[in-house]
Design a protein around this ligand. Sequence first.
Ligand SMILES: Cc1cc2nc3c(=O)[nH]c(=O)nc-3n(C[C@H](O)[C@H](O)[C@H](O)COP(=O)(O)OP(=O)(O)OC[C@H]3O[C@@H](n4cnc5c(N)ncnc54)[C@H](O)[C@@H]3O)c2cc1C
Length: 755
Amino acid sequence: MQKNTTPTVKDLVLVGGGHSHVTVLKKFGMKPLAGVRLTLVCKDVMTPYSGMLPGLIAGHYTFEETHIDLGPLARFAGARFYHDTAIGLDLANKRILCRNRPPVTYDLVSIDIGSAPRTIEVPGAAEHVVPVKPIDQFVVQWDELRKRVITRREKTRIGVVGGGAGGVEILLAIQYRLGQLLIGEGRSTDNLEFHLFTDTTEILPTHNPRVRGRFQRVLRERGIKIHTGHRVTKVEPGQLYCENGVQKALHEILWVTWAGAAGWVADTGLDVDGPGFIQVNDYLQSTSHPEVFAAGDIATMVNHPRPKAGVFAVRQGPPLAANLRRALLDRPLKSFKPQKQFLSLISTGDKYAVASRSQWAMAGARIWRWKDWIDRRFMAKYRDLPEMTEKADTDLPQGLAGQEALKEISALAMRCGGCGAKVGSSLLNRALNRLQPIERQDVIVGLHAPDDAAVVAVPAGKVMVHTVDYFRAIVDDPYLFGKIAANHSLSDIFAMGAEAQTALAIATLPYGLESKVEDTLTQLLCGALEVLAEADTALAGGHTSEGAELALGFAVNGLVEAEDVLRKGGMQPGDRLILTKALGTGTLFAADMRHKAKGPWIIEAMDSMLQSNRQGAQCLHRYRATACTDVTGFGLLGHLIEMTKSAGVDAELDLNRIPLLEGALESITAGITSSLQPQNVRLRRAIHNLEEVADDVRYPLLFDPQTSGGLLASVPADQTDACVAELRKLNYRHTAIIGTVKPRGEQMEPVTVLR
Ligand SMILES: Cc1cc2nc3c(=O)[nH]c(=O)nc-3n(C[C@H](O)[C@H](O)[C@H](O)COP(=O)(O)OP(=O)(O)OC[C@H]3O[C@@H](n4cnc5c(N)ncnc54)[C@H](O)[C@@H]3O)c2cc1C
């Protein structure tokens, strides 16, 4: 969770993690602006660097070498990272509409989402070609294409549509890689046939004749058939049709033509050009809406139109960052004029490249090495982030807040606390009115009829199960934090074999302008209510106050038949121990705070925390689990000891079988642990063979505190295989049998760890 001691005055939201926005993030990280809350909305965690894409395809680079990890970069920038796809813009209410979450409000928004394929204009293309844009999807499709081609034993004809630098470069990279793979298997490359289609009269029409000449020679020497003046007008499965009547049967068709804009952009009401790109002025600011900026492929500079190329997106990064800062501070913007001539380094797949600028050209392996050096240096800027030792300024910079906001902020500073730091009721009501908590017949007095307390009916024959949980936000996204907190709190009920009935919320919201606090509360409750609704649980009331940090908890009650209560102490010797989720959230989020966690690790950990334990508990119950608990703050060992102690049994844990989240081992091996870990480690004395296992790299993870962790249950041995199979079918994909329950032995320590 990013610590922010200055109240948020303005929200700057970056949509897309393209080549310009990575610079904006880095620049804001180097020089944060107090009072500005930065949010990145991006559909990918790993954003591709286009310059190295042909090298990735040719097999010279790994996926990680060619992608910028937006997770640590956003952390460095002090930005909240919302992993989602923008699908619209509500300009009137200044909100970004997202596919999987509530709208994100902004004061200033910047859009750098790249371009989309223009397959829609050619019938059949959308269904039957592999578009190279967007690049992230192409990377996945390329893997599949490669497998298809390699497994084919007959002749394979591959066509690339698009004769610009992108098309030529991709084709040569593909040819090189597929050839290498076949040679590696001792097969001939004669079965591969390549075609390049372009509607222009020459390939590489925007480059000089010397560059064109070089590439014509390379393509000829490599046996690639060039079809210039062939406009593709229709695509059918395995068949390509051209305007001049030519038809070609092809097994694979790649689409590298001019890119278009995502369809939703034109629907926003922003000024756009013919293909739907956002029109911006010399400040990279929308010509129609001054609070919207855009850069990279998605933007068209009306006074300086340029080709859609990564080099321009990169160059726009610094002026965009400077103008966003100026706009936030209400200062005059500075104009930017992109260069006319630019250097292109176009590779031929085999570690050879051609340099092209204006009328100049040069080719050779040396040019490829030069390109490689430039590209690696660029990537290192976003991977090797500096440690920030300087303390960030906490004073509001001049110009950020208007008169009204300044008045509100000084009132904030003078808050007396006599109200118990309670959040104003109108704010709370407005937030609740925007949401729709589910209602239940058995809630007699609840949110629908507010009173001093909620009144809930308990059906005859059932007993009530109570639990409470409350914790500080471990993620910067209030919507996801709301979901995780609700999930975590419900788990205790499910672990007892009960179904949840009602919940009371207790929330602490960071001080701030009323509009910002309201937005945070709405997002927080929206996430929580979605999870509660899924569990058929009514929110019956709560308490919301202001404080230094965002925190949320729930008191939940549930109902169960008395004889169905699943206690910790029911374990029987011979039972197997089942764990339904992988371990590692403690160390991973500690690593995330230190900018040491990879983005994909955090996404996986988050998915795990968002998964409800409800179905898992029901399944364990069906397979006659004798005891169950949810693994949370005390870590796996702490919770297991609670179980063995109350059941009067011993347990054997197998380290080799304990499922771990991606990155957990790497993070714990780097010595990164949660602040709760030292307390949990005290329980090591419960391990009988401590000396034998304490040096195992996985050992510290036994103590790793979990947030919204999985269920740990003991299940009769004859039920476990079927139970595990069903749990996996229910999407608890990490479920594993991690040990055995043993009769109480002579030794003091109840747990033996196998390695
Ligand atoms: C094969 C190939 C090779 C190329 N080689 C070169 C080259 O050598 N040199 C060069 O200058 N150019 C090259 N280009 C062109 C280059 O890829 C683009 O011009 C460049 O990627 C544009 O950068 P961008 O910042 O606009 O967007 P992108 O780099 O495409 O980034 C867009 C970002 O936005 C995110 N995003 C997209 N949609 C959404 C959404 N709706 N919501 C949230 N996030 C979203 C994506 O995940 C991504 O992070 C090449 C293109 C191709 C196809």
